[in-house]
Design a protein around this ligand. Structure first.
Ligand code: DCP
Ligand code: CA
Ligand code: CA
Length: 357
């Protein structure tokens, strides 16, 4: 069986939704996030704003400096989640098996629909299907998506990124090794900033360098070495994680001013616990692990987590564990810039926690 995998990713997702909903924003450098006068970061930047170097996760103040004419728009999370559901419904109608990886992206497995004699013949059968899918999303949601087609997740993701926005890129089995060669090592799934540095110090800058490397990558990156080598040649057998289970739910807040005020922090945690609990209940889930995240003025970020036997659902329970984690490790030993609360280890709540009908 030849694998045919799509990676679909919406273009400048939050910013595009805002531009669609408000024609005055079209063609403008739209920056979704906190205003530059406030603390906080950029969530999304329209392609017009990116010309000025504005990027997601950049402090809004920096974005304001880079792009003085930027139009800052506050995020509307519930609206984007709603939009995401509509898009994923269209995606689901393609008949593919789907792994949604984030609010605006998904892997699709079209192997069954596209089987042909050869691997590359199978892949090219995906092309009209991808074109049609992009067209449906444009017609029904007035938004553009980029799609990558390849024989696995690693390549499909690189392909969707390749011709953004409104792109459609197919990487054939024949071309994949060449396609990867000029890419920076950072493009490889799993290579973060630390690994990138280690590789660069060894003179390995591009994926081509990795392909040509005759030494043992294990000496550089440990047991991950052989896998990294395979990735460098475009080999990746990770399956799609099917089913639409969420793995974690979290909330976080950046404060207007760094604070160690217990009253403010407790109120913040309580609100986050209520939000998380509501999302758990909507999905009829409980959580076995609670995590807190703190970030100090100097951007040092710490997380602490703790697991319990019985899945938690109620806001009070999640809140108490959060408070306890903060206290146990004395995390509020100086003012916080950000406080976050999250849950994972999601599972059905135990029987006694189910509300009586
Ligand atoms: N997002 C965010 N904070 C980040 C990154 C992303 O809030 N640090 C949000 C806003 C984005 C959305 O998630 O619109 C999707 O993220 P992407 O990384 O896919 O980026 P975009 O869709 O904005 O742009 P691209 O066209 O590059 O995919
Ligand atoms: Ca996107
Ligand atoms: Ca994305």
């Amino acid at each position: 069986m030849h694998r045919v995998i799509f990676h679909l990713d919406m273009d400048a997702f939050y910013a595009s939704v805002e531009q669609r909903d408000n024609p005055a924003l079209r063609g403008q450098p739209v920056i979704v996030g906190a205003p530059p006068s406030r603390r906080g970061v950029v969530a999304a930047a329209s392609y017009e704003a990116r010309k000025f170097g504005v990027r997601s996760a950049m402090p809004s103040a920096t974005a304001g400096r880079l792009c003085p004419n930027g139009v800052f728009v506050p995020p509307r999370m519930e609206h984007y989640r709603q939009e995401s559901r509509q898009i994923m419904e269209i995606v689901a109608r393609s008949g593919a098996a789907i792994e949604q990886v984030s609010i605006d992206e998904a892997y699709l497995d079209l192997s069954a629909t596209c089987q042909a004699v050869g691997a590359d013949e199978s892949l090219s059968r995906g092309q009209p299907i991808a074109r049609e899918l992009k067209q449906q999303i444009l017609l029904q949601r007035q938004l553009t998506a980029s799609i990558g087609i390849a024989s696995n997740k690693l390549l499909a993701k690189l392909a969707s990124d390749f011709a953004k926005p409104d792109g459609l890129t197919l990487i054939t089995e024949r071309d994949k090794v060449q396609f990867l060669r000029p890419m920076p090592v950072r493009a490889i799934h799993g290579v973060g900033r630390v690994t990138e540095q280690v590789l660069q110090q060894a003179g390995l800058h591009t994926v081509g360098d990795l392909q040509d490397y005759s030494g043992d990558l294990r000496a550089l990156v440990g047991s991950w070495g052989p896998k990294l080598k395979q990735f460098a040649f475009g080999k990746d057998d990770r399956p799609l994680e099917l089913g639409d289970e969420v793995k974690s739910i979290s909330a976080e807040e950046t404060f207007e001013r760094d604070t160690a005020d217990r009253k403010i922090l407790r109120a913040c945690l309580l609100e986050q616990a209520a939000d998380i609990s509501a999302r758990l209940k909507r999905r009829r889930l409980g959580a076995r692990t609670v995590q807190v995240k703190v970030r100090y003025g100097d951007f040092t970020t710490l997380t602490r987590q703790m697991s319990v036997e019985e899945p938690l659902v109620e806001p009070g329970d999640i809140y108490r564990l959060g408070c306890w984690l903060l206290a146990r490790d004395k995390l509020v030993n100086r003012p916080l810039r950000l406080l976050g609360l999250g849950v994972s280890g999601l599972d059905e709540p135990s029987a006694q926690q189910l509300p009586l009908l």
